[in-house]
Design a protein around this ligand. Structure first.
Ligand code: ABN
Length: 178
């Protein structure tokens, strides 16, 4: 070994590294390294094959039953064609101030996902102001053509009111199927 300080220092590093390598080789052993490597390889191959939940719920989407009364796909709006009164200063069952419910109406039958029951829903238009313009929904479950007026939703049901201006639509449960 040469006598300059840098070479001496490098020699010390070499010896420390060599000793550490020898010690770890004595303690760990080739078999244990191979077995750990094997576990990592098998785990990496099996993990992607495990089943996991790909549903919308698992990805954080709210289920249909959690829709609110300002969402068009809220269950009670299954046969509604019009503006939601819940978005227009009223609520799901009450007309906004300055308007009144239509005296004639149309009905739909919608299933509540929470209890699985079918409910008869009366869609009353609220009359007396110009159209609200917010939350336009158009769902037509079991809707029938215009000659079956009671189950046709594409009509201004304010026609029998005075004034007959259409503003928005409420959804009132009027019955439940046995
Ligand atoms: N029943 C809601 C509505 C009002 C006016 C025109 C079409 C539909």
């Amino acid at each position: 070994m040469s006598g300059d300080p840098v070479s001496k220092l490098m020699g010390v590093f070499d010896r420390v590294a060599e000793n550490a390598a020898r010690k770890s080789a004595q303690m760990i052993g080739r078999r244990s390294v191979l077995s750990s490597l094997g576990k990592i390889l098998v785990g990496g191959a099996v993990l992607p094959m495990l089943p996991f939940d790909r549903s919308a719920r698992a990805q954080g989407a709210s289920p249909a039953s959690e829709k609110t009364d300002t969402d068009c796909d809220y269950w009670r709006y299954c046969a509604l064609d019009g503006f939601l009164c819940s978005c227009c200063g009223g609520s799901i069952t009450s007309c906004p101030p300055g308007t009144e419910p239509s005296t004639v109406t149309w009905v739909g039958t919608c299933q509540n996902p929470k209890d699985g029951k079918d409910y008869m829903v009366s869609y009353n238009d609220c009359c007396g102001k110009t159209t609200c313009g917010r939350c336009l929904c158009n769902s037509n479950v079991r809707e029938r053509p215009g000659y079956l007026l009671g189950v046709h939703n594409d009509i201004n049901w304010c026609m029998a009111n005075q004034p007959s201006m259409y503003h928005c639509t409420v959804s009132v449960i009027v019955g439940v199927a046995g």
